[in-house]
Each structure stands twice: as structure tokens, then as C-alpha cells.
Design a protein around this ligand. Structure first.
Ligand SMILES: [Zn+2]
Length: 272
């Protein structure tokens, strides 16, 4: 599932491509992806312009010039493409928005994901449970420590809880714990000051590096996009079961923690 770096990478690219563009065509191939009858969705979007694109955690909000928002959550398997032609047949995409500059935005893989046209008030309501962004300036080291130590439960579970922090999922929680050399199944409220400090630094470092490297999505956004997916080969533990740890050579282990996969180095990240 795309996480903060992937969605932020989409946001920055889409901001440049879409701001000021007018929607002139809407194709809906899967009604369950949207939140209203197809005709209403289409007529609500035709002739609307996109003012800007905002990210909240793993969600994107396209701000429309009538005050409404298009709320996108890619969930598991969702991806985007943009250009004069889609990278696959049009029927492959759940929704396509055509713009007056001749290009279209293609929404793919939205089985669980969705694209909803909602009011500004509904957007606030729907996203009010989200915790702070990891880069929120109010999330100082002290605030982070206080938040984390007040949580019971395992570190990985806490980091991926969207009400605790918005934007971290399965991949980056493992990468952050590895960078901080902390076992992801330790209890959040038992970490000492030094570990908390390392974790805070690693959280920002890993997410920033991943964002700058284009995240781990497989599909490029445009035909010229060479950056998307650049972080894929830089993951140090995620999806690297049995491969040697970059730092010590020990085999990376995979375990499950309350149904989630958890990759870690048993040597660099001791459990006690
Ligand atoms: Zn190691």
C-alpha cells in the first residue's frame, strides 16, 4: 500500500501537472469506486478546475473550484498514471479524468481504494481521526516521545496506527525500526530516551529519503517519469526475507505481528 513517501511524490507531481487544469471528460468503469450515481459524479466534475492537491496521511484531496474535494485513497494496489494516453487499455482503469490540456489522469487498481466527490466539510469530518503528519512542525521530539510512551502495544502496531501518526504503513515502519536499530515488536511505552530519540530521527530521515527517491510504487506516473519507484531497491529490510542485512550480514527475518508482516534483522534489532 502506498504510504507517505509515495503519496507525497504523487502530490508534488500532480500539483505541477493539474493545477489550473479544467476537467472536460469523466469515464467511470467501476461504480463502486465512486460515492454517487455516475451521472451526478460526471456532471459534478465536468468544467470544474483543480485548484491544488493536498495530502493528508495516505489520502489525497484534489481541491475543486466549486469548493468540493475529490478524495482519493489508493488502499492496497491502487496507482495513478497521467498523460495523453494511458499505459493500458482504458477499460483497465476504474476512473479516468480528461483535462483541457489533452492529458488524462488514470486511476488504476482501485479494488479497495476509492475516489469520492465530497464537500469540504465532509473531507474534514472523514479525516478528523488522522494523527499528525510525521513532518508536522508541532510534532517535536518531546511531543513524539510523549505520544509514543503513552501508547500501549507493540512499536510496529503503534507506528502504523493512522490515528497515532498519519502516513506510515507496513514498509516504512520496518525501515524506520531498522534504521533506528530497534526491534519492531518491542512495547512502545518501554523504549528508553535514547531509543525514542533514534526513532524520531530515523522516522524523518527514512521518510524524507524515500520521498526524494520517488517511493516504491512500480508504475511511473508519466512516460517521462524516471523517479517513481527509486526507493524500491533501497529498502533495507522490507520484503528482503533471508537476504543478508546490509550492516551485519545476518539473514533478514520475517515474522507476523497481529496479522501484519514484520521484516527485521535479529542481530541489529535485538528484542531485549
Ligand atoms: Zn543486521
Amino acid at each position: 500500500m502506498p504510504e507517505l513517501p509515495e503519496m507525497e511524490h504523487y502530490r508534488s507531481q500532480l500539483s505541477q501537472l493539474l493545477c489550473g487544469q479544467k476537467i472536460i471528460g469523466v469515464t467511470v468503469n467501476r461504480e463502486a469506486t465512486i460515492n454517487e450515481p455516475v451521472d451526478e459524479f460526471k456532471s459534478g466534475l465536468i468544467d470544474r478546475s483543480i485548484l491544488f492537491v493536498e495530502r493528508k496521511g495516505k489520502h489525497l484531496l484534489f481541491h475543486l473550484d466549486d469548493g468540493r474535494r475529490l478524495h482519493l485513497h489508493l488502499m492496497l494496489g491502487g496507482w495513478l498514471a497521467y498523460g495523453e494516453q494511458g499505459p493500458k487499455k482504458d477499460s483497465h482503469f476504474q476512473v479516468i479524468l480528461a483535462f483541457d490540456n489533452g492529458s488524462s489522469l488514470y486511476f488504476g487498481g482501485l479494488r479497495l481504494g476509492y475516489l469520492h466527490r465530497i464537500t469540504a466539510k465532509a473531507a474534514i469530518e472523514q479525516l478528523k481521526e488522522l494523527g499528525p503528519d510525521p513532518f508536522d512542525p508541532r510534532l517535536t521530539l518531546e511531543a513524539f516521545k510523549k505520544r509514543l510512551t503513552s501508547k500501549k502495544g507493540k512499536l510496529k502496531t503503534t507506528l502504523t496506527d493512522q490515528r497515532f501518526l498519519a502516513g506510515i504503513g507496513n514498509c516504512y515502519s520496518d525501515e524506520i525500526c531498522f534504521d533506528a536499530k530497534i526491534h519492531p515488536a518491542l512495547s512502545s511505552n518501554e523504549l528508553d530516551d535514547e531509543q525514542l530519540e533514534r526513532l524520531y530521527g530515523s522516522m524523518r530521515k527514512v521518510l524524507m529519503e524515500a520521498k526524494e527517491a520517488g517511493g516504491y510504487m512500480e508504475h511511473p506516473l508519466t512516460p517521462d517519469d524516471k523517479l517513481t519507484g527509486g526507493y524500491n531497491e533501497r529498502c533495507r529490510v522490507y520484503d528482503r526475507k533471508d537476504e543478508p542485512c546490509d550492516d551485519c550480514g545476518t539473514e533478514i527475518k520475517l515474522e507476523t505481528l497481529t496479522g501484519r508482516k514484520m521484516f527485521f534483522c535479529p542481530h541489529c534489532q535485538p528484542q531485549s
